[in-house]
Write a protein that binds this ligand. Structure first.
Ligand SMILES: *Cc1c(COP(=O)(O)O)cnc(C)c1O
Length: 233
């Protein structure tokens, strides 16, 4: 299947999920997760009208993004190490995956040096898995005001990567939990948070039914990841 065909099929499924949930399809953004895929794949995607991409490794992004069309817009997804923040602030228009106050402070500091303000999503560990990055709910709620007070980040919402489930329906409780947590955060902040980044190739329709505003889809758009792109350095 070509990227164009995959994209059309995913868009159709997004529309159908929105219909089921009584939502406007314009309220769900499709983030094409392009990690491991080469610049030619991004170019093809941009030619199909897909402009919104996600990468999860700074080294790869630093090598790849300059080779891609300037129209493409980039989100960092996943865990970011503090020593990579300076590059992340330069390369990405949003960081999805802030999971500690220290990281948030570093982003705010580097954004200030770059004369920017950076939108971020806070990553939640929704299943309490020991092996996963992400805030535990109590910890997030207690740090939220301090996070929100940092001058150069803007909290736009929450993201999560629920445990792998062979059946998409099993991810539903985690999506509901993330949505509830967003409500809790809004109560603490006294302001609405627009974004819920949840749902991947295997479960984005369920995520949309539960309120996702950003679905992060890789494999279903680009095919299997076989690391055709290796940064030179
Ligand atoms: C790789 C990745 C995705 C996309 O996964 P697919 O199953 O290929 O759609 C989504 N979110 C994050 C954070 C990822 O690292």
């Amino acid at each position: 299947m070509s990227f164009a065909e995959n994209l059309a099929s995913i868009q159709q499924r997004i529309h159908a999920a929105c219909d089921r949930a009584g939502r406007d399809p314009g309220s769900v953004a499709l983030l094409a997760v392009s990690k491991t895929h080469p610049p030619e794949s991004i170019r093809e995607a941009v030619n199909c009208g897909q402009l919104f991409f996600g990468e999860n490794k700074i080294q790869e992004a630093r090598a790849k993004i300059p080779l891609c069309p300037g129209k493409a817009r980039w989100h960092f997804i996943g865990h970011l190490q503090s020593n990579k923040v300076r590059d992340a602030v330069e390369l990405f228009e949003m960081i999805q995956g802030v999971d500690s106050l220290n990281l948030a402070r570093e982003i705010s500091k580097r954004a200030e040096q770059a004369s920017k303000t950076l939108p971020v999503l806070l990553e939640m560990n929704v299943a309490g898995e020991g092996s996963k990055f992400g805030y535990k709910p109590d910890q997030l709620l207690s740090e939220l005001n301090e996070l929100n007070a940092l001058p150069r980040i803007e909290i736009h919402g929450l993201m999560a990567i629920p445990p792998y489930a062979p059946v998409p329906e099993r991810a539903r409780p985690y999506f509901q939990k993330l949505r509830d947590l967003k409500n809790d955060c809004e109560q603490v902040l006294g302001a609405p948070l627009p974004e819920l980044s949840m749902g991947m190739s295997g479960d984005f329709e369920v995520a949309i039914e539960e309120g996702s505003t950003i679905v992060r889809v890789g494999t279903a758009l680009f095919g299997e990841r076989i690391s055709r792109f290796k940064p030179a350095n």
